[in-house]
Each structure stands twice: as C-alpha cells, then as structure tokens.
Design a protein around this ligand. Structure first.
Ligand code: PMP
Length: 290
C-alpha cells in the first residue's frame, strides 16, 4: 500500500498536510499575520521519542500570538504536537506549529478574521557533520527590535528570506546580520557563538531571536553572553551557529576569512546530541516524551 500522506493537525482534526487549500482572502497570506515555531523531537534509545524543550518553544509562540492579538492555548498546542507526531509515526522530526489570521476581513486590524492553529511534523534526516557553512555578511539589517520584536512572526521572516537570497546569490551558504555599529546580530535562522583561546562566547544582541538552543548551550557550557563586533568574530578561533534546525553547526568561514579549527565546537555539538537524545540524566526535564 502507498504510504499515507503526511498528516497535519488543523483546528482539532487531522488533514493531509499538503492538501487543504487556504482561501485566497486569508489575512496571513496577505500580511504575514501569523506566528510559528520550529521544534524538534528525537528518537530515544528505549524505542520512544521526546520533544526537546516543548514548553519553552510554545511560550515564545504564546508571546508572539499575544503581541499579534491571536488566541493561543499552550496546552492545546502541546497536545496537538504530541498527537501529530504519533499520528505520523515520527520520532526524529521537525515540528511546525502555526497560528494565523484567516478570512473575514483584509483590513489591517486583527480581530474580524477567523483564527487557526495547525501543527505539521516532518521527518528529519540524521545529517553527517559537513565541512561547515560559509557565511556572507548581509547588506540587509536585521529587523530592529524597536520596529519588530524578535519573535517568530510570519511577516518578520521576509527579512531572513531577503538575506538568505542575497547570500546564496553570492555563492555563500548562509547570511550573517550585523548592525550599523558593526555588531553581530545573528544568522537568518540561528544564533552565533564563537570560541577564542578555549573560551566560548554567545553573541548577544537585542535584535536577535532569543533562541532556545542558545539558552540550552549557555546552560550546558557556562559560556559568557555579550555583544561581539564583526571584527572580533572574524578574529575568533572557531565560530558555530546554533538553532533547533541547525543544532550546533560549524562555520567554515565568514566572507574571505577561513576558520580551520573546530575542536571546541565539535565537543559542544556532541554534548548537545547527548542531551537531546536523553543521554544526560541531569537534563531529563528538557524532554517531553511522546
Ligand atoms: N534566530 C532566528 C532568526 C531563528 O529563526 C531561529 C530559529 N528559531 C533561531 C535564531 C534559533 O532559535 P532556536 O534555537 O529557538 O531554534
């Protein structure tokens, strides 16, 4: 028999993930009036699976929904997430909840429209550590927090899309945002860390998304968190970027600068893998078992 199409949870029922057609008057399609998350689950040795830091991701989503004026029930989203993983039989998965404004008005105020919540899950491939991504310094500025708070609001990601597009066009893998004063902000979908003389530093910036992975690694490694200029980043021994999807990803270079070392980053990446797979008993509270 043909494998069942991927299922998504949509407003309380399961549907084929790729089939429901959004009405053309969907508010979010016009203005990006949506909030989403990127979450991961991992297979455990005992045959089960666990979602990594689910409450923290859903709390960030709740903040975005509150800002936009979209109703959001953390408990419902949590249950929908676990139900979708079970329904799709996914263990190693990328989880995408999305809340958005639907039909009813294409005016700019949020309220008259229908509101929706969906959760989709996608199988993730176990990826083999490559030789590292090459970063282009973006000519685009990150959305300043004073204009658009660093939350996972749909419309905000046009900023990341522009930067990614420019970097790819220039032959790089990923874009690095810096501010007008020369400070590093973040990448299009990941936060930045550097290593200098064995010391790990998490780049801090008010315009950067407060990443769950960044927080995880601060707690695991005791790294310092502070503002870092692009000049200083280029002088680091190692640079790596972190995020739910990226996990801990080595950076091979920034523009013309190459990084040869990756010893500390490799250790951090290995530690992160042990934690997300439930092999560090002290961090068991970060796992929500499916
Ligand atoms: N920055 C941006 C812009 C992102 O989209 C993401 C991915 N959510 C991150 C950083 C990393 O955040 P997290 O570790 O919570 O996935």
């Amino acid at each position: 028999t043909a494998p069942r199409a991927l299922q998504a949870w949509l407003d309380g029922a399961f549907v084929d993930a790729d089939s429901p057609q959004s009405p053309v008057t969907t508010h979010a399609m016009h203005y990006g009036s949506s909030v989403f998350e990127g979450i991961r689950s991992y297979a455990l040795d005992d045959g089960g699976a666990a979602v990594f830091r689910l409450p923290e991701h859903l709390e960030r989503m709740r903040k975005g929904a509150e800002l936009l004026g979209i109703r959001f029930d953390v408990e419902q989203a949590s249950e929908a997430t676990l139900a979708t993983l079970r329904r799709n039989g996914h263990r190693d998965a990328y989880i995408r909840p999305l809340a958005w404004c639907g039909t009813g008005s294409i005016g700019l105020d949020v309220g008259p429209q229908s509101q929706h919540l969906m959760v989709a899950t996608f199988p993730t491939l176990v990826h083999i550590g490559g030789e590292g991504a090459r970063l282009a310094v973006s000519s685009w500025r990150r959305n300043p927090a004073t204009s658009l708070p660093p939350l996972k609001l749909g419309g905000a990601y046009i900023n990341s899309i522009l930067a990614k597009h420019e970097a790819k066009r220039r032959g790089f893998d990923e874009a690095l945002f810096t501010d007008t004063d020369g400070y590093v902000v973040e990448c299009t979908g990941a936060n930045v860390f550097m290593v200098r003389d064995g010391r790990i530093t998490a780049v801090e910036h008010r315009d950067a998304l407060p990443g769950v992975t960044r927080d995880t690694l601060l707690k695991l490694t005791g790294a310092e968190s502070r503002a870092v200029t692009l000049d200083e980043l280029k002088q680091a021994d190692e640079v790596f970027i972190v995020g739910t999807a990226a996990e801990v990803a080595r950076i091979a270079g920034i523009e013309e600068r190459r990084f040869e070392a990756d010893r500390v980053g490799r250790d951090v990446a290995a530690l992160y893998q042990r934690v997300v797979h439930g092999e560090e008993a002290r961090r068991a509270e970060w796992l929500t078992h499916v």
